[in-house]
Design a protein. Structure first.
Length: 227
């Protein structure tokens, strides 16, 4: 997961560096986002969409050009797990059930596969595009106890220009938490006594599948030839 995130980030940065800045009508987008969150860890062996919970928040996107952007998500959500729903066998056949509340603050770079706009037809723009993203974030666990850890989001998305200044989209995001204590229970604090010496081993993962609507705001300054 670490190598995938780093390679994706380098790819997006290289594309942004070498691509000529394209025109765009609005610099920023802002709007609400909501969806489902789920957890993969000691109480769930990577089964998708097991014990889903709600996640909601706000998204702010800074468009650099027609293909690259920086998006910041401010999210509040929950994750839950039940080892009885998993094929993982805990020591002494323990059965663990938990629910954790958290805030997620993350920023990631996006790269769109098509030039995204409902204008600039001479640039072969499209009203829809798939995109990939990666970046860094912070997870603040608020219940059942307090904890703050870094996370690395990696994901894919699809966005569509519904109206001239209105965008809708959906994302699937995998967030690698640099900790094995998302569950915050003594029974699940490294239950297999794994001491790898690495932040990227024996870590928890939580994921989102969510939808959003954003509104374009703030036009860039016009670089016009006065002559």
């Amino acid at each position: 997961m670490k190598s995938i995130a780093i390679k994706s980030l380098l790819l997006i940065l290289s594309v942004y560096t070498f691509e000529t800045i394209s025109a765009q009508e609005y610099k920023y987008e802002i709007g609400p986002t909501a969806g489902a969150s789920y957890y993969s860890g000691d109480a769930n062996n990577m089964a998708l969409f097991t014990s889903p919970e709600w996640v909601k928040g706000i998204s702010i996107r800074r468009n650099f050009n027609l293909r690259t952007a920086l998006k910041v998500d401010l999210l509040k959500g929950d994750v839950s797990g039940d080892s009885q729903l998993s094929s993982n066998v805990l020591p002494s056949n323990n059965s663990i059930k938990f629910k954790t509340s958290f805030y997620d603050f993350n920023a990631h770079l996006e790269y769109s596969f098509f030039s995204y706009s409902d204008s600039f037809k001479y640039k072969e723009t499209r009203r829809f595009t798939p995109y990939i993203f990666t970046g860094f974030g912070a997870t603040v666990v608020t219940a059942p106890s307090n904890m703050t850890r870094l996370n690395i989001p990696v994901g894919i998305g699809l966005k569509y220009k519904l109206f001239h200044r209105v965008n809708i989209g959906s994302e699937l995001s995998f967030n690698l938490l640099l900790s094995d204590r998302l569950e915050r229970t003594a029974e699940l604090d490294s239950p297999y006594n794994i001491n790898s010496g690495s932040n990227f081993k024996n870590t928890d993962l939580y994921s989102y599948i969510k939808c959003y609507i954003t509104f374009d705001i703030i036009k860039p300054k016009c670089k016009c030839n006065k002559n």
